[in-house]
Design a protein. Structure first.
Length: 290
């Protein structure tokens, strides 16, 4: 009987004892924290980009040697190595664009505008964007994996011990290589896309190859080409900054290298599309009205 009374008293005390507070995170708090983290990440990317530009533009005039050989090596890896897969993808994209354009234009008897649609779409939008996505998969992830592995193996600390700035030694050559090669790759992607469109134009739209090329050249203006090249330069800076930032912020362990690589790919694609949106809106608002 006494035991039952003690159990009843203990149970009553447990009910009367203050319960731990259960805190529910509000949606606004979650969104606010995500916004702060995003802005902080953009700040880190801006700082890294600024330090890299300083190493490329200003540091050589202050007696610091620009590592041209590393930039050339990176340019070969980024540019020449991407040509086969980029050529194939761009050719197929051009053919798909021609098919999709012809599907609608055929209803209005305007098949002659297939070449125009392919040319403008490739040079303004799809050429730079597809090139950026291919380079993200090949080089952006490689940047994160390379620098992340060096961080795990304490090679970054070794560079600092030898009085070598990791940004100047590792990141700046990648910026130079990407800024040079992305416009070149974009130009090649535009050409392969037009070539892919001509395959359908000759086979199914009543063009000859020469007439298709003439129509393409007459449809393009300088603004179409230059907007795509400006986008490609910005995409290259974004890809390099994200890949290197993710590598430099890698934690300890091989698993962290994999996470940094995955994060670099996902964030690069998101930021490239965001930059594409911003510049497309900017070019639209500043376009001359006819």
């Amino acid at each position: 009987m006494a035991r039952k009374k003690r159990r009843s008293a203990a149970f009553s005390r447990s009910l009367l004892a203050p319960q731990p507070e259960i805190r529910l995170v509000s949606v606004t708090e979650t969104v606010g924290q995500a916004t702060i983290d995003g802005l902080a990440y953009l700040g880190d990317l801006t700082i890294l980009t600024g330090r890299s530009l300083h190493a490329v533009v200003i540091a050589p005039f202050q007696g610091q040697r620009m590592r041209v050989e590393r930039a050339i090596h990176q340019a070969m890896a980024v540019g020449v190595g991407a040509i086969p897969i980029l050529s194939l993808i761009s050719f197929f994209i051009g053919t798909i664009l021609a098919l999709q354009s012809a599907y609608e234009l055929r209803r209005f008897g305007a098949m002659e505008f297939v070449a125009n649609a392919v040319a403008v779409s490739m040079t303004r939008e799809l050429g730079p964007l597809m090139t950026a996505i291919v380079v993200i998969g090949r080089s952006g992830s490689a940047f994160a994996a390379e620098i992340g592995t060096m961080k795990v193996n304490e090679e970054i600390d070794a560079l600092q011990t030898m009085a070598l700035d990791p940004v100047h030694f590792l990141v700046a050559p990648k910026f130079v290589a990407m800024a040079l090669m992305l416009p070149c790759l974009t130009t090649w992607a535009d050409f392969m896309g037009v070539l892919g469109g001509s395959a359908f134009g000759v086979a199914g739209a009543g063009f000859t190859f020469s007439s298709y090329i003439r129509t393409t050249l007459s449809a393009l203006v300088f603004r179409d080409i230059i907007t795509g090249l400006i986008k490609s330069v910005m995409f290259g800076m974004v890809i390099t900054a994200v890949g290197c930032q993710e590598g430099l912020s890698t934690g300890l362990g091989a698993e962290q290298v994999g996470r940094s690589t995955t994060s670099a790919v996902v964030k690069s694609i998101f930021l490239v599309v965001l930059v594409d949106l911003v510049f497309t809106m900017l070019f639209y608002l500043t376009a001359p009205h006819s």
